[in-house]
Design a protein around this ligand. Structure first.
Ligand code: CP
Length: 308
């Protein structure tokens, strides 16, 4: 591959060309092409998470194993690694480097993966650095959009919810700038607006965006409704109470959503999606469980790219 990455700590590292290569590779892997089942034989991945996770942690572990490699996992690393004894992240990753071929890191500090990537000579994947980024989530998000619509260019995407603390929306906004003629609409409570750094980046990259707060007037107008959770754990109780329950997708306003639109969510969702399981299972617009499944194939493709 011409665009070989050394690591993945920021979405901006993913060029459009590489994204398309990874989409194609994800499709081949999804079709169970047997040549990939041993492509990482003999490789060891270290997954170390200082924050909670279901999808990212499990899909990385399964992805590595499905490629023939092995994985060692530390969850709740604040308690179950020597961080509990005061070891710094810098020391921890330099030690892990001796045991592994790749590190997948989730950590509450902004820039933690970037820092780790500068200290070790093996690839580091940012699986979430506080309020910073979650680039593999954005990779699976754009792959999901591409798979659902057959394209990404020209689509209108609304990102809704906690845009101040949501690292997935930040990474997705950066990736959106790789495509042509997309339009973004940010819908958030006034205390949780998208950051000025993202807005500046979009202006610099000629990606039109608007900021709205009337959820029901936005959802009939867009192709992709990207819902996000209010991140209670990253704000004061006052801020949480101001924003909680402000934007909820339910059976009533689902009627406003276009028939050919798709509803995405990085998950986990709480009250911001309030749809019965029968709708989640049967309405083709509900794409967030397919999206979570896509995380497996895109992470397999990324691991193959970084290590094979
Ligand atoms: N979307 C996401 O990062 O989910 P987890 O926190 O469960 O990994």
């Amino acid at each position: 591959m011409r665009n070989k990455l050394p690591n993945l700590v920021r979405s901006q590292q993913l060029s459009r060309e590489l994204l398309e290569e990874l989409f194609t590779l994800s499709e081949k892997i999804r079709k169970n092409e047997s040549k990939y089942s041993t492509s990482l034989k003999g490789k060891m991945m270290d997954i170390i998470f200082y924050e909670s996770s279901t999808r990212t942690r499990k899909s990385f572990e399964v992805a590595m194993k499905m490629l023939g490699g092995q994985a060692t996992v530390t969850e709740n690393a604040k308690e179950f690694s020597s961080a509990a004894k005061g070891e710094t992240l810098e020391d921890t990753v330099r030690v892990i480097e001796a045991y592994s071929d790749i590190i997948v890191l989730r950590h509450p500090d902004l820039g933690s993966s970037e820092l780790a990537s500068k200290l070790v000579d093996i690839p580091v994947i940012n699986a979430g650095d506080g309020k910073g980024q979650h680039p593999t989530q954005a990779l699976l998000d754009v792959y999901t959009i591409w798979k659902e619509f057959g394209k990404v260019d020209g689509l209108r995407v609304a990102m809704i919810g906690d845009l101040a603390n949501g690292r997935t929306v930040r990474s997705l906004a950066y990736l959106s700038a790789k495509f042509n003629k997309m339009e973004l609409t940010f819908v958030s409570p006034p205390n949780l607006n998208i950051g000025n750094d993202i807005k500046s980046y979009l202006i610099e990259h000629n990606l039109p965006f608007t900021e709205e707060n009337d959820f029901n007037s936005v959802i009939p107008e867009v192709d992709v409704i990207y819902m996000t959770r209010i991140q209670k754990e990253r704000m004061s109780p006052e801020d949480y109470n101001k924003s909680k329950g402000k934007y909820i997708l339910n059976q009533k306003n689902l009627k406003l959503v276009r028939k050919d639109a798709r509803i995405l969510h990085p998950l986990p969702h709480v009250e911001e999606i309030s749809l019965p399981i029968t709708i989640e299972e049967n309405d083709p617009r509900v794409a967030y469980f397919r999206q979570a499944e896509n995380g497996l194939y895109t992470r397999m493709a990324l691991l193959h790219h970084l290590l094979a």
